[in-house]
Design a protein. Structure first.
Length: 189
């Protein structure tokens, strides 16, 4: 009898924690990962990706969460068609062979009730490496039009493109890529 009560309590605890996480669908009309890259030491080029989709799972009570985001690499936009085409070419992203970039955030740290960092892996150009996102701003509100909670964040990260096999330009270009990510996501019911 005692074993049955303990088993039932454990099952209830596991079931309630399994349903405590909220799932948010990324709003692609309000989500534009952007990047800054060196141009021969002369200037900084800034571009963004126009097509992003994915989900964010967040359990604020347990201070856990995950991220699964897919970026259409061909949607890159630096505001210059010739440059966009070059970045899509085999010299850089090679979108024919690697049409997407994927970020899978596996764990989060929190500062109080707010996510502060996400540890995950970025797959870009066929290479998967760890990349940590720093969450600079995070807020959730009840959207009066959608009648659902919407969360938004500003996140940043950096990595070397050469680590992902994108070595175009050699030593003439600093390989550091700075990411700025604006994201909004809608709570699923």
């Amino acid at each position: 009898m005692k074993a049955t009560i303990i088993a039932a309590a454990l099952t209830a605890a596991i079931s309630s924690s399994a349903f405590a996480a909220d799932v948010y669908q990324i709003d692609s009309s309000h989500t534009y990962p952007s990047m800054e890259v060196d141009h021969k030491g002369l200037s900084i080029l800034r571009g963004k990706f126009n097509k992003t989709e994915g989900t964010i799972t967040l359990d604020r009570a347990a201070k856990t969460g995950t991220i699964d985001v897919t970026i259409d690499a061909a949607s890159v936009d630096f505001g210059h068609e010739r440059l966009n085409n070059h970045i899509k070419s085999p010299d850089m992203f090679d979108v024919e062979q690697f049409p997407t970039a994927v970020y899978k955030g596996k764990s989060m740290t929190f500062n109080g009730d707010v996510p502060a960092t996400v540890d995950g892996e970025l797959t870009l150009h066929g290479v998967t490496l760890p990349v940590q996102l720093k969450i600079n701003k995070f807020k959730c509100v009840q959207n009066t039009q959608l009648k659902r909670e919407v969360c938004g964040a500003d996140a940043s990260a950096q990595f070397k493109r050469t680590d992902f096999g994108i070595g175009y330009g050699g030593a003439a270009f600093d390989p550091l890529v700075k990411l700025q990510i604006e994201v909004e996501a809608i709570k699923q019911q």
